[in-house]
Design a protein around this ligand. Sequence first.
Ligand code: G6P
Length: 610
Amino acid sequence: MCGIVGAVARRNVQGILLEGLKRLEYRGYDSAGMVVRNAHGHLQRQRALGKVAALEDKLESGALNGNSGIAHTRWATHGRPSEENAHPHQSGERLAVVHNGIIENHEGLRAELEGEGYVFTSQTDTEVIAHLLEREASHTDLLSAVQTITAGLDGAYALGVIHADEPNVVIGTRKGSPLVVGVGIEEAFIASDPLALLQVTDRFIYLEEGDVVRLSGNGGIEVFDSQGAAVERSIQIFEHGDGSASKGDYRHFMLKEIHEQPKVIAEALEGRLGDRSVLVESFGPDAEALLSKASQIHLVACGTSYHAGMVARYWLERYAGIPVQVEVASEYRYRRVVVPENTLFVTLSQSGETADTLAALRFAKQGGYLGSLAICNVPGSSLARESDLTLMTRAGPEIGVASTKAFTTQLTALMLLTLALGRVRGQDSEEQARLVSALRGLPAQVERVLELDPQIEILSQAFAEKHHALFLGRGAHFPVALEGALKLKEISYIHAEAYPAGELKHGPLALVDSEMPVISVAPNDELLEKLKSNLQEVRARGGELFVFADENVGLADGDDTRVLHLPYIDEALAPILYTLPLQLLSYHVAVLKGTDVDQPRNLAKSVTVE
Ligand code: G6P
C-alpha cells in the first residue's frame, strides 16, 4: 500500500510525479504529497489530505519547479490520514523521504532520536527514517547514508530520498516492498509499479531485495546490491502498453475490466492448449518434471486470490486426483504446517507483492516442499521472481481495487494447472479433451454473459436500499458465492455473507426475511437438485430470491424469485462464467449507491504490508 514515485529529469518533474501518483492511487489514497528540489537548492513541499486531486488543486496555486523530486500517495498504517502524516517526511529543510511499507522497530528508533533532540511532527513510522538519514548524511553522501541506515531498519520498505545538497540525485531502495527503476532518455525514475511511469518510459529495471539505486542527471542509474557492491540489472521492456491506465469509454475502471474478460481469458489460454490436451511444456522447461513429482498441493493466497484457490481445490481433486489444502496466507505463515513428502507449494496473487503471500512463500522455501509455483499477473514481481515456476495469468494491469479480470484469469490459469497435473497423472484423455474444448469456447461464453448487463442493472435496483445480503452456492460455486459477497461489500458497503447452501439451515436461515435478499448461482451440475431444495427453504421463510441459473434447469421467475438465465456451459467451467453476473451486480449496486467504485474506502489494491 502507498505509492512512491521519484524522478530526475531534464524538465520540471512536477507533472511527471503528479501523473505517476494518479496512476498509483490504487495503492492508497488518503493523502498525497510531493517534494521538488528547485534551482536554488531548496526543497519545496506540498501535501494534502485526501486524494491526489486535492494535491493537484494545491499545486495549481503553489506550483513546484525543479529537475528532481519524490512523491507519495498514502494508505495509512501508523497515524491517521492527515496532512502532517502525509509523505514526504522531512528532517529539517534539507532532506525528504517517501516510504511504502512498515518499519517494525520504529518505536525504539523514535525514542533514541528524540533522546538526541530530534523533534517529530507526525505519528508515522516513516519519520524515523528521515531523521536517521539526516543524522547520517551530515557526515557522508546520501547514497552511503541510505546504505547505512537501512541496515538498522526491521520490517518492509521501499524508499525514495532526496537531499537539498545533492542536485539531480534521488536515491531509491527496497526490501519487502516493490520498487522499479524507469529508464528514460537522459532521464531516470523510480516507482512502486511500472504503470506509474508508462507516460515517460516502457523500459524498467526490477530491483532485487536490498538493492539501492542512485538516479542522477542525464539518465544516470547506478544499482548496488544489499552488500553495497555495484551490480548490473537487466532492463526489461514493459509489454502491456499504456491503454490499461485509462478508462477509455467506460465510466469506471472496474466496468472496463469486467468487459475486458473475454479478451484477457483468451490471452491466458493462448499457446497453452493443444488439440486434445493442455501443453504442459508451455508452463516452462522445468514444469513437467516438477508437476509429475507432486503428490499433494498446498495453495496459499489472500482476498479474491484465495477464493480462486478455493475453486481450484474442487477442480484439482476432482479432475487431477491430487489432494489440496487451501489457506489464507496470513494464517498459513504463522502456523506449524505439516508438509507431506512431494508437496508442491502454490501461491496465487494478482500483484505478486502481497506481503502475507510473499512471506508465506519465503517461509515455505525454508524446507519441506517439493518446489514452488506462483500463479501471478505481474511479470517481474517479487513472487514471480522468487518461485521455482511461474504461470502468468496475463490479465494486464488491473486498476479497480475490486478484483475482476484478475480473478477470472486466475481461475483460467488454475484450470490449465488442473489439466497439466491431470495429464501427468494419467487423467482420462476423453475428459481432458472435453475440458480443453470447453476452455476454447470460454471467451465467447463470457461475451454472452456480459450481454446480460442491462438486465443485471435493472436487478440491482432491488439492492440499493438494502443493508444486508446473503449469497449461496454449492460445490465449486460456494467460493463463487464468497467472491460475490466480497465484491458487494467492498464497493457498495452492504454487509454480505456467503454460505454453502447446505449450511443454510444451520444458522443463517434465521436471518432470512423480506429485508434480506438471497442471491444464488445455479449452474447445471450434479448439485442442482440439492440447491433447489435449499432455495425452497428460503422461499418458505418469505425471503426474496435472486437466482443466476442455467437456461435449461427449469428455474423461472415467480412472486418471490427473480431468475436470470445464463447460457449452458460445461459444469467444470461454470465457476468462471457465474462470477460475471455477481461482478456486474455489485458494480451497479455501488453506482446506484454513489460510492467510489474504483477506490472504495479503507481498501487498497496492493497490500504490501502485513
Ligand atoms: C487486496 C485487494 C484484493 C486482492 C488481495 C490480494 O486486498 O484489494 O482485491 O484480492 O489484496 O491481492 P493479490 O495481489 O495477492 O492477489
